[in-house]
Ligand binder design. Structure first.
Ligand SMILES: Cc1cc2nc3c(=O)[nH]c(=O)nc-3n(C[C@H](O)[C@H](O)[C@H](O)COP(=O)(O)OP(=O)(O)OC[C@H]3O[C@@H](n4cnc5c(N)ncnc54)[C@H](O)[C@@H]3O)c2cc1C
Length: 119
C-alpha cells in the first residue's frame, strides 16, 4: 500500500512490530516503512471500525485513526463450531492442519499423513 502511494498506519497489539518476520528482513522493512512515512503503532487495543476509520486504545487513551480502508491481518484461529457440526455427520472425524492449529504447510501435510496411515 505504501508503494501505491497510500498514507499508511500500521497498528499492532503486541509491543513488538513484525515479531515473526525473519531477522534478515525485519530491520530493513521497518527502516524502509519509516523512510516512506508510514506511521507504526505498537501496543494498541482495537476498539472498533467505524465509517471514519479505526478506533484504537493506546495507553488507555481512545484515539481515531482516520482511514478510507482498514486491512486486517489478525491471527487465524480454528473454527470449532464447524468441527462439531461435522462430528454428527460421519463415523470418524479428524482435525488436522490449520483447522486444528494454524501452522505451516509441513504441519498440515504431516497431520494428513499421520491420520491417513492410522485409519
Ligand atoms: C498469507 C499466508 C501465507 C502463508 N505462507 C506460508 C509459507 O510460506 N510456508 C508455509 O509452510 N505455510 C504458509 N502458510 C500456512 C499454510 O498456508 C497453511 O498452514 C496450510 O495451507 C494449511 O493447510 P490445510 O490443508 O490445513 O488448510 P488450507 O490450505 O487452508 O485448506 C483448507 C481447504 O478447505 C477448503 N474449505 C474450507 N471450508 C470448506 C467447506 N466448508 N467446504 C469445503 N471446503 C472448504 C478451503 O477452501 C481450502 O481449500 C501461509 C498462510 C497464509 C494465510
Amino acid at each position: 500500500m505504501v508503494k501505491r502511494g497510500r498514507k499508511v498506519t500500521i497498528v499492532e497489539e503486541s509491543e513488538n512490530l513484525g515479531a515473526k518476520i525473519l531477522d534478515a528482513h525485519r530491520p530493513k522493512l521497518l527502516a524502509w516503512l519509516t523512510r516512506k512515512g508510514a506511521v507504526m503503532l505498537a501496543g494498541v487495543k482495537y476498539d472498533e471500525i467505524t465509517k471514519q476509520g479505526l478506533v484504537i486504545r493506546k495507553n488507555g487513551r481512545r484515539q481515531l485513526i482516520e482511514a478510507d480502508t482498514v486491512l486486517t491481518a489478525l491471527p487465524p484461529k480454528p473454527n470449532q463450531e464447524f468441527l462439531e457440526e461435522l462430528k454428527n455427520k460421519a463415523v470418524e472425524v479428524y482435525q488436522i492442519g490449520d483447522s486444528k492449529e494454524p501452522g505451516l504447510i509441513v504441519d498440515a501435510v504431516g497431520g494428513g499423513s499421520r491420520i491417513g496411515r492410522a485409519v
